[in-house]
Design a binder for this molecule. Structure first.
Ligand code: SAM
Length: 184
């Protein structure tokens, strides 16, 4: 059986460029930041956002312990403010919505800031790039974020973007993901 996490990485790997700029919009424990840091390599740059100081601490510890290249900037701010920090076109952006596992479930991503960040992410996307958004419908806000994204992402012009959704339809509370891929 294909693992959705593996599938996400296959999509990302098809677009991430060595030497490119990537954004982790929800840093959390830093797993996606680490993956992106390895993927863009020494000549690339990863910007990672979270609103919780503990996420920056955990991510910095993970990246240091993993011997990652010095190619990342960890930012304590809402991803809705991405434009204040990132001006270059990006080859990849990753959202892992929801709350940090093992942490305060009240600190979760929310529709208004998620929509602002996703909109900015698509605007920043370079040609042949990808925005990947993982959704967790097992809690109320996650379910609502997914419905919001269904509507918001459907309006992008198909001549410029392919927008897809990967969901296990016989397991409605399982995580699923959207991809926004820009044309080469
Ligand atoms: N990708 C992470 C990893 O690899 O460990 C997991 C991310 S976790 C599911 C979601 C994260 O989004 C939490 O750490 C939470 O603090 C963060 N978050 C919530 N609202 C945010 C916002 N407005 N801007 C940036 N991060 C936010």
């Amino acid at each position: 059986m294909i693992d959705l996490n593996e599938l996400e990485k296959q999509f990302l790997a098809a677009h991430v460029k060595s030497g490119g700029v990537a954004v982790d919009f929800t840093m959390g424990n830093g797993n996606d930041t680490r993956w992106l840091s390895d993927a863009v390599g020494l000549g690339g740059q990863v910007y990672a956002f979270d609103i919780q100081p503990q996420a920056l601490e955990k991510t910095r510890a993970l990246l240091t312990a993993s011997g990652c290249a010095d190619n990342y900037t960890l930012i304590l701010d809402s991803h809705a403010n991405v434009r204040d920090y990132v001006t270059e076109p990006i080859c990849a952006g990753v959202f892992n919505l929801g709350y940090l596992p093992g942490s305060d479930k009240k600190v979760t991503t929310l529709r208004p800031s998620t929509l602002a960040a996703v909109t900015a992410a698509v605007e920043l996307l370079d040609r042949d790039g990808i925005i990947l958004i993982a959704v967790y419908p097992g809690h109320a806000e996650g379910e609502a974020e997914g419905r919001m994204l269904d509507e918001a992402l459907a309006v992008y012009d198909r001549r410029s973007y392919t927008v897809s959704k990967f969901r296990i339809i016989n397991s409605p509370t399982s995580p699923y993901f959207f991809c926004v891929e820009s044309r080469a």
